[in-house]
Design a protein around this ligand. Structure first.
Ligand code: ASP
Ligand code: MG
Length: 462
């Protein structure tokens, strides 16, 4: 048995959804299918909260939009009138619950983390029902169960939950073993689970990949297949490097680092639930579904010390905390980190010297983090410096840390085209080296480094 995750990119419009359904008729039987929301729906749900807060009238409008978005697809992929009506009824029930939440939010005048998680989880539910009904209409046997029904249990942390694998496995086996009878397709909405107290908690944006990995780990599946509209991980962003090649094999760590550093293929936490059981992930492009694009396993490819990929992201900023004797002052790092975490900000990475702590943050987190430190009394630093307009480039490959010349290769490639490397970190992960450049230099830097490490035709190191 396998778990198939269908990404939002394949659920963008009625044509792509029809193609997915054809594939599921052919190869979905007896497997579990974890779905994202239809493309754009989670954003609609989240933005809708602010509109509902400000204006009661907006709620009705929002419900209409959600209804017509799903009914439009249903009109195309559910041929029978009767089944279409059944879906419309089911959708109405789901939207009724959602509408009550929006009114609750409007009248309490507050968007709590609990409310935001409950509301944002609705896209996946609507999508799972839609696909279930559409598959049934094509004579496929299908059913649908929600995470709250099968007991996907989390630690209860809103917007960043972690699954409790052992407890979820026990619950899942009890409730669902009998349903996997080798014929049906079982649809499960991704993106969220429930705390032990029954609260809906999401796994963070893009978290349905992680959900699918959790379900793979607890259901006795042999593999997680991720169906996408791309082949898999590439040696670089094809927008920068048109000749970038697909990486056929990666280790868990390589995939996690690449995902963390900007490759938008997979949620960075997807490999976590699979580690203990050593279960593989296969990324497949639904345009040629017989070919595995990238396969991710515990060990990855045999060759070590090879640069596999050059990833990048512009969603980065640095907050420099200038203080004397940082390296000697016990507790200053934890004081800074605690203050920043108190504002709900995640520190991506930290580099310290004797006079400065550099916090790497997502762009949106720069101001809240600075604010948190300004509020400290007494201030444990001299001044703060905000650095924006930068980009991060990561070079990823298992064994890189033990191979001499990788950092030097990056430096000389960058220097040859007059790109200044502003900051570098090598060592925190044995499979990744990253550095910061000016955003305006990003394309040049990625090109230079990719060219340096990849021979144009083969895609391997010098
Ligand atoms: N629908 C959610 C999001 O847009 C989860 C996912 O697609 O993975 O973040
Ligand atoms: Mg995704």
């Amino acid at each position: 048995m396998k778990v198939i995750k269908i990404g939002g990119g394949c659920l963008k419009n009625k044509e792509t959804i029809a193609a997915i359904l054809d594939l599921l008729v052919e190869r979905g039987q007896g497997n579990i299918v974890v779905v994202s929301a239809l493309g754009g729906v989670t954003d609609l749900l989240l933005n809708g909260m602010h509109r509902a807060l400000a204006d009661e009238e907006a709620i009705g409008e929002l419900m209409c939009r959600l209804k017509s978005r799903h009914m439009l697809v249903a009109g195309h992929v559910i041929p029978g009138e009767k089944q279409r009506r059944a879906f419309s009824l089911e959708l109405g029930k789901i939207l009724g619950k959602l509408e009550r939440l929006y009114y609750g939010l409007h009248f309490t005048r507050e968007i709590t983390p609990r409310m935001a998680d409950s509301i944002s989880s609705f896209g996946e539910r609507m999508c799972a029902h839609l696909l279930r009904t559409a598959l049934q209409a094509r004579e496929g046997k299908a059913c649908c169960r929600f995470p709250e029904e099968i007991g996907i249990l989390t630690d209860g942390k809103y917007a960043d939950a972690t699954a409790q694998l052992d407890k979820s496995e026990t619950a899942f086996m009890k409730k669902l073993r009998s349903m996997q009878n080798g014929q049906r397709v079982l649809f499960i909405p991704g993106f969220y689970g429930v705390s032990e107290g029954g609260e809906i908690t999401t796994f963070g944006r893009g978290g349905s990949d992680y959900s699918a990995a959790v379900i793979t780990a607890i259901s006795g599946a042999e593999v997680l297949e991720i169906w996408k509209d791309v082949d898999g991980f590439l040696s670089a962003d094809p927008k920068f490097i048109p000749g970038a090649t697909v990486l056929p094999e990666l280790s868990y760590d390589e995939a996690a680092e690449l995902a963390y550093f900007g490759a938008k293929i997979l949620h960075p936490r997807t490999v976590e639930p699979l580690r203990d059981k050593g279960l593989p992930i296969e990324i497949r492009n639904t345009l040629h579904p017989d070919v595995t694009g990238s396969r991710i396993t515990a060990q990855g490819a045999a060759r070590l010390g090879v640069v596999k990929s050059v990833a990048h992201t512009t969603d980065i900023s640095i907050l420099k905390v200038h203080a004397s004797g940082v390296g000697m002052r016990r507790g200053i790092l934890s004081e800074v980190a605690t203050a920043v975490a108190g504002k709900g900000v995640n520190i991506k990475s930290v580099v310290t010297s004797q006079t400065c702590i550099s916090l790497l943050l997502a762009r949106k987190d720069l101001e809240p983090a600075a604010q948190a430190l300004q509020d400290l009394q007494p201030r444990p630093y001299r001044n703060l410096e905000r650095i924006e307009g930068i980009a991060l480039v990561a070079v990823v490959g298992k064994g890189l840390a033990e191979r001499p010349g990788i950092a030097a290769g990056c430096f000389s490639a960058a220097a040859a085209c007059r790109v200044n490397i502003e900051m570098i970190a090598f060592g925190p992960s044995p499979v990744a080296l990253y550095f910061i450049v000016q955003e305006s230099d990003l394309r040049t830097a990625v090109n230079a480094i990719h060219n340096h490490f990849f021979q144009a035709s083969q895609g391997f190191t010098r």
